[in-house]
Design a protein around this ligand. Structure first.
Ligand SMILES: Cc1ncc(COP(=O)(O)O)c(C=O)c1O
Length: 463
């Protein structure tokens, strides 16, 4: 029979029972479907009245911990969060450290959870709340588009709210743009290495990706100009700020050059700007220099939370309607409730506060990485979630990643970012934001450092 240990709980007994119950569910001592003792039995064991147990069970039911079935008894309810995508903290055990997921570091004290509780409580009391459950225009509600324009302005692009389409994250915005502008078989220019989501999308839409040569400032203008003359591609997909995976930031002068070449060759620019919020004054967007033929994409995934699934797509006015048609064809509209939450956070300063916390955690983690990898070659911005580690002579990226896996550390080999069948560089992406704690990051980096000093094990060669 479940008997709560109330010794560490203060306050009214019935609330202590609820807290003990919640703790036992969280720790896995109680599982969904477990039957709880009858009111009378538990009252006897705890030396309280049955009224206290009735009150405790009813409070626990209100909090979603229990269900009571007349005549059958009281049972632990299925945990709402049990089947959530495992957070890095839960995939990590003593023997596995995941440095492969490009996600923002968790902030201490769960400020996101606190903001969500506050906002949902406020929303719950709002008259007319159910309108957020109805169908809305495909591009989004006016006020959501206006909040999107305010968020986009932080990246240095002043646009009209009418130019914004609310999407389900950046990848969905890309889906909307590419399904509108391309047909199967078309070619798309990218950086020499690109975001794997773009590779998946190209596969889905039957597009060919053509990686362009890059240097430490991004795409090389002469190479782009040359490619425009010889390749049939009419779209450039680029991540000019904190490029994924290489971490480069294209300076303003280079942006002007790339925009001018795109304009001259009538190449549309799809600018993925999901990481620029990390910089307090990023260079002006590439789209600023080619507004007529650019599609600028922002998302709340990295800056606020991946599960919010709100992306802002900025389009030239003439293209808003055709893009809205694709948006309708893919998801009809982004969920208005989520867009409402994102809008509130943008307008009331919550989003800025969450960003600030991410910046300071990223800075601390990059410092740890800089120290841990001293003496090895890597590219990293001090305010980035990831770094690009060049491997010493003896290692190629697949073998190095496999060796790290055997030691319980996951990183992403360069191959994952190669757009076509070009050769891949000998490098890996290391995500400093993914581990649950700085201590876990340090441990993972220590293992990376050790493996960097080793040589591949010939006994592991394939027959
Ligand atoms: C460059 C880039 N673009 C887009 C995305 C996906 O963003 P979202 O989750 O908003 O679809 C990511 C996520 O890693 C990314 O790195």
């Amino acid at each position: 029979m479940w008997t709560p240990n109330l010794s560490s709980f203060r306050g009214p007994r019935y609330l202590a029972i609820v807290s003990a119950l919640a703790e036992d569910v969280e720790r896995g001592h109680l599982k969904a479907g477990d039957q709880l003792p009858t009111h009378r039995d538990l009252a006897t064991v705890l030396g309280v009245t049955t009224g206290t147990i009735t009150r405790a069970y009813s409070e626990a039911a209100k909090r979603g911990l229990l269900v009571g079935e007349t005549g059958r008894g009281t049972f632990v309810k299925a945990n709402l969060f049990e089947d959530a995508f495992p957070a890095p903290s839960s995939t990590e055990d003593e023997n596995f450290i995941d440095l492969s997921l490009n996600i923002p570091p968790l902030s201490v004290g769960d400020p996101l959870g606190q903001a969500l509780t506050k906002t949902l409580t406020g929303l719950a009391a709002r008259p007319g709340l159910s309108t957020l459950m109805g169908y809305q225009p495909a591009a989004g509600l006016e006020r959501h588009r206006a909040a999107g324009a305010a968020w986009v302005a932080r990246s240095g692009l002043k646009v009209d709210a009418q130019q914004i389409l609310i999407c389900n994250g950046a990848l969905h915005a890309m889906t909307v743009v590419f399904s509108t502008l391309t047909k199967p078989g078309d070619s798309v220019f990218t950086e020499s290495l690109t975001y794997p989501g773009m590779k998946n999308l190209a596969h889905l839409l039957h597009l060919r990706l053509k990686g362009l040569p890059t240097d430490d400032q991004g795409i090389i203008p002469e190479a782009f100009d040359n490619a425009c003359r010889h390749e049939p591609a009419r779209i450039l997909y680029t991540i000019p700020t904190l490029q994924n995976p290489m971490g480069t930031i294209m300076p303003e002068a280079r942006r002007r050059q790339i925009a001018a070449i795109a304009t001259a060759h009538n190449v549309a620019i799809v600018e993925d700007d999901v990481h620029s919020f990390m910089l307090s004054s990023p260079p002006p967007p590439l789209s600023f220099f080619a507004a007529e033929n650019s599609y600028f994409i922002l998302s709340t995934s990295k800056s606020i939370a991946g599960g919010l699934r709100i992306g802002y797509l900025v389009a030239p006015p003439r293209m808003v309607e055709p893009l809205a048609t694709s948006l309708r064809a893919t998801v009809w509209m982004a969920a208005p409730l989520m867009a409402e939450i994102a809008s509130e956070w943008i307008l009331d300063g919550t989003a800025d506060r969450l960003v600030e916390q991410k910046r300071s955690e990223a800075a601390a983690r990059q410092l740890i990485a800089t120290n841990a990898l001293a003496g090895f070659r890597f590219d990293a911005h001090p305010l980035s979630f990831h770094l690009w580690l060049h491997l010493p002579e003896q290692w190629c990226s697949n073998e190095f990643s496999a060796q790290l896996r055997r030691r319980g550390v996951a990183v992403t080999p360069a191959e994952a970012f190669v757009p076509g069948r070009e050769e891949s560089p000998h490098a890996v992406r290391v995500c400093v934001g993914a581990p649950r704690s700085r201590a876990q990051l340090e441990k993972g980096l220590e293992i990376i450092r050790a493996v960097l000093h080793e040589t591949p094990d010939p006994s592991l060669s394939i027959l």
